[in-house]
Write a protein that binds this ligand. Structure first.
Ligand code: HOZ
Length: 458
């Protein structure tokens, strides 16, 4: 695929694609956020990807910062990953039987995440989250789970309560169709609020099976855990004989090879992985303490299964990705690229006079259209979704594809170079000005204020 930006064609073809899609698929899509409902306009129908680029079915080419929501550390269609998947497919697409390749992938996971003494592979992050909760409930004999408002753990019934990601984007953080009795097993507390966690345990003494948390939330946009927060969760969970579950579907292998738990030095009882561990194919994992995981069938009575669990093609792509992460160690370069791009975005926002707070960790980042810090769901929700929509479309029409939603993380990959970042920064100069248009809170920026804002948003 030619690595150059092409001209934007007319909208007629795009409209036709969406109209046709809506006749066959609910909302025209297979996952709600990609329908562009919160940013408006018609979704992009993708035909192919190469490195940092996406090619749409209507002929447009984009620099991609959505990157399939996180799995693509090396960009699209990295040769070694494609070849590993192809070779596995030649040997057979699925066996529904044990393979040594899945054992080898589990061994790689255990090496990276020493807290995961035993591992189970699944096909999606949702499935892994759901199964981790079941294991926690089976092990503790308790029903309740503490989750944090704005964190997202897949579309598990009981966890679609104050859920971030698409559920927030579409205004359904408490999804319809979840039986009240299921929702009642979830106790929601604000992120970064240890006293609220303590109070939740006090109210529900001896009934909480687990605390589940994204250690660095990315599904309400990127939010940092305050100093001592994750350590505090560990302390409370241990004291209360509850389990601590880290949902590292986004942060695992992303913020460093061993995930957020390695960076923060906090050992969860169970960990959920997804996205990168499958190299862009449908694969996820959960695992943790041997005594806890031993409740899972066939070792124990907590049932969980799947014909495609440990699928050989996905396992091959995952293993190739983890091997590349080991040999190429892309983390420092990706963080530099992210910093360069975010600095460009910040300057564009300052020049346009649009309030912007960029929060980032490693190679993931979220530009929140607001003044001030985002520390939890309540502060994330203050972001100006309409301004994000204008920024999104300003970038899209200039050849840059972003997550089509304010409350998500964007990513850079190892395949991005300064050349693509400069193209995107050039687009941002216009897109930020368009975001500022119609913003009631638009403020005149003096030199002094701009500098202060730049420092503040670091
Ligand atoms: N759950 C994904 C974002 N965190 C969105 C998946 C999709 O719409 O493809």
């Amino acid at each position: 695929m030619a690595r150059k930006l092409t001209k934007v064609p007319g909208t007629k073809l795009r409209k036709n694609l969406f109209a046709r899609a809506r006749k066959a698929l609910v909302g025209g899509v297979n996952s709600p956020v990609r329908a562009f409902k919160s940013v408006g306009g018609d979704p992009v129908f993708v035909e192919a990807g190469s490195g940092p680029f996406l090619r749409a079915a209507d002929g447009r080419t984009f620099v991609d910062f959505c990157l399939s929501w996180g799995p693509l550390m090396f960009g699209h269609a990295r040769r070694e990953i494609v070849e590993a998947a192809k070779a596995a497919l030649e040997r057979g697409s699925t066996f529904g039987a044990a393979t040594m390749a899945e054992v080898e992938l589990a061994e790689r996971i255990k090496d990276a995440f020493p807290s995961m003494e035993l591992v189970r592979l699944t096909s999606s992050g949702t499935e892994a989250d759901m199964s981790a909760l079941r294991a926690a409930r089976a092990f503790t004999g308790r029903d309740l789970v503490i989750k944090f408002a704005g964190c997202y753990h897949g579309h598990v019934d009981s966890l679609l309560v104050a859920a971030g990601s698409g559920a927030t984007t579409l205004g359904v953080p408490d999804s319809a169709g979840v039986p009240k009795a299921f929702a009642a097993t979830t106790v929601v507390v604000p992120f970064n609020d240890l006293p609220a966690v303590e109070a939740a345990f006090k109210r529900n003494k001896g009934r909480v099976a687990a605390i589940i948390v994204e250690p660095i939330p990315a599904n309400m946009g990127v939010v940092f855990p305050k100093d001592g927060f994750l350590q505090g969760l560990r302390r409370i969970a241990t004291r209360e004989k509850s389990l601590l579950i880290f949902d590292e579907v986004i942060t695992g292998f992303r913020v460093c090879y061993g995930g957020a738990q390695t960076l923060f030095g906090v050992k969860p009882d169970l960990t959920v992985l997804g996205k990168i561990v499958g190299g862009g194919l449908p694969l996820a994992a959960y695992g943790g303490r041997k005594d806890v995981m031993s409740v899972v069938a066939p070792e124990g009575p907590a049932y969980q299964a799947g014909t495609l669990s440990g699928n050989p093609v996905a396992v091959a792509a995952g293993a190739a990705t983890l091997d590349l992460l080991r040999t190429e160690d892309p983390y420092a370069r990706m963080e530099d690229l992210k910093a360069y791009f975010c600095e460009g975005l910040r300057r564009a926002a300052v020049a346009a006079g649009v309030p912007l707070r960029i929060q980032s960790f490693g190679s993931m980042f979220t530009p929140f259209f607001l003044d001030g810090e985002v520390t939890d769901y309540a502060s994330a929700l203050k972001a100006d979704k309409a301004a994000y929509g204008r920024y999104f479309h300003g970038m899209l029409k200039r050849g840059v594809y972003l997550p089509p939603a304010q409350w998500e993380a964007a990513f850079v990959s190892y395949a991005h170079t300064h050349r693509e970042l400069d193209v995107a920064i050039g687009a941002a100069a216009f897109a930020m000005a368009e975001a500022a248009e119609g913003q009631s809170r638009r403020l005149p920026i003096t030199r002094k204020r701009s500098k202060k804002r730049l420092m503040k948003s670091r």
